[in-house]
Design a protein around this ligand. Structure first.
Ligand SMILES: [Zn+2]
Ligand SMILES: [Zn+2]
Length: 236
């Protein structure tokens, strides 16, 4: 089979149809039969397992070995990897992973097991969650990182509240942007919010990229780029 595409249809690179009700679909790669919301114009369908396989390995390896204390910088490095897709649910485990890695590298209070756990939970957030469920997975990923850092469970008091406040702050920031979803934009907005929140409530000062320097280098491969409606878009 030819090399996987990293924008639009993974099989042929054509645009995808986004359905409001799923239809029966068969994964081109593994043959899994399930209901799908994203079908390409030629009828290709790729299940989430096959879509995220390479990405998850790249994200996990990077987050376990990076020495960076700057989650935005780490996310940019991962997103620039030639095998990472323009759009896709792998952004969710990536966000949880880089926050954990930055926190570990600065405090030493979490280890490989916690980083793997956050990535594993992030990877369970389905594709298209922002549009279909009204909650952007990038925001949930930030809540996951706080939950793992604080060892929250459903019975926790303050820790559970803090994880939920994290998600709500990131979600509110993401929801303030117009137009179609963009996984790059949601990633940057969520991570900015998370770095700020962690500074505020945990007093851990991870580094960040100043807003004026955070610019998008991916718009040319985003079929649905919001261009002038996006603060990360480079004009001209
Ligand atoms: Zn296709
Ligand atoms: Zn598959």
């Amino acid at each position: 089979m030819t090399e996987k595409k990293t924008q639009d249809c993974m099989v042929c690179g054509q645009g995808l149809k986004y359905l409001t009700l799923p239809i029966p679909a068969v994964c081109t790669y593994c043959g899994k039969e399930e209901e799908g919301y994203f079908i390409c114009l030629s009828g290709h369908y790729v299940c989430e397992g096959c879509h995220g396989k390479d990405s998850l390995e790249i994200i996990t390896q990077f987050c376990l070995t990076s020495k960076s204390t700057n989650p935005l910088e780490m996310a940019n490095t991962i997103m620039n990897h030639p095998k990472i897709h323009m759009i896709g649910p792998e952004h969710h485990p990536m966000i949880a992973g880089v926050l954990m890695a930055g926190y570990r590298n600065l405090t030493g209070k979490v280890g490989d097991d916690e980083i793997r756990e956050a990535i594993k939970r992030g990877a369970t957030i389905p594709a298209g969650y922002c549009g279909f469920y009204g909650t952007d997975g990038a925001a949930i990923a930030c809540g996951i990182a706080i939950s793992v850092i604080l060892k929250a469970t459903p019975l926790s008091d303050t820790e559970r509240i803090m994880a939920n406040v994290m998600t709500s702050r990131a979600l509110s920031a993401i929801a303030s942007y117009r137009g179609a979803r963009c996984c790059k934009r949601s990633t940057w907005v969520a991570l900015e919010t998370a770095v700020e929140y962690i500074r505020e409530v945990l007093k851990v000062k991870m580094e960040y990229i100043p807003a004026a320097e955070l610019k998008c280098t991916h718009s040319h491969r985003n079929t649905h780029c919001n261009q002038m409606d996006c603060r990360f878009y480079i004009i001209g």
